[in-house]
Design a protein around this ligand. Structure first.
Ligand code: SF4
Length: 242
């Protein structure tokens, strides 16, 4: 889509509910999938399967998730009776990294290389089969990188099967409180780590609970620069900000 079309679409969808945005996205694109991170973005699945029961849903199994997250992914699969396309890292690249740098290289030279192999490359491969994807990004998740997230964006970081890739963020304007209101109202399953003080959930070694008044992304890669808490899945958030 041209940037003018994206701009117009954002205006048209501005007062629509997330489920209406998901319906619009599913109607517009033949090859479209919902990205599930194993956290509170499960609400996207709840909305999407009610519209299209066989909607394409994928998640990235980095091999380093919490046991609770694996259990949660399985719980979601059974609860909705859905297939989840679980994407895993390419073995050769992963073995080379671990052989050369061990299992915790990210604490020494940053998370980019490990995230690149365990998340970004499997995501890139999945997106190459699509025209559009739906994510759970919200503006209130990070004042540093997500405050400008739009309902619809031309994905500048990845390519789709025909080059262009559209990214829908139906929850962009929702607050964390709205997400949790929905989870309670519709009895949506949730990751038990949320009961232990975790808000933003990623890989086990790189995620920790947040304290009162800490922002949720402060629980991710806490040993690194506070303003760049993205693993690359949404790299455009950083690139576009320069
Ligand atoms: S979040 Fe941590 S363990 Fe997970 S892929 Fe990134 S650096 Fe590796």
């Amino acid at each position: 889509m041209m940037s003018e079309e994206i701009e117009q679409l954002n205006q048209d969808l501005a007062d629509k509910r997330p489920k209406d945005i998901i319906r619009h996205a599913l109607e517009q694109h033949g090859a479209i999938a919902v990205s599930f991170s194993g956290a509170e973005d499960v609400v996207l699945i709840d909305m999407a399967v009610k519209i299209k029961p066989d909607v394409d849903i994928f998640t990235l199994d980095t091999g380093r998730l919490h046991p609770e997250t694996y259990e949660f992914i399985e719980q979601v699969r059974k609860h909705y009776g859905i297939r989840i396309d679980i994407r895993t890292p390419e073995q050769q690249a992963l073995q080379q990294l671990v052989r050369e740098k061990g299992l915790f290289s990210f604490f020494e030279d940053g998370h980019q290389e490990c995230c690149g192999i365990r998340k970004i490359e499997p995501l890139r491969q999945k997106l190459l089969t699509l025209d559009a994807w739906i994510t759970g990004q919200r503006r209130d998740q990070s004042p540093g990188t997500r405050s400008d997230v739009q309902l619809v964006e031309a994905d500048s970081a990845f390519q789709g099967r025909n080059g262009e890739l559209t990214k829908y963020n139906p929850l962009a304007l929702w607050s964390s409180a709205q997400v949790w209101e929905y989870i309670r109202l519709f009895d949506v399953p949730y990751n038990r780590l949320h009961e232990q003080g975790y808000i933003s959930i990623g890989c086990q070694p790189c995620t920790r609970p947040t304290l009162p008044n800490q922002h949720e992304r402060e629980g991710r890669w806490w040993w690194e620069n506070a303003g760049h808490k993205e693993c690359g899945l949404h790299a455009g958030n950083i690139i576009e900000k320069g």
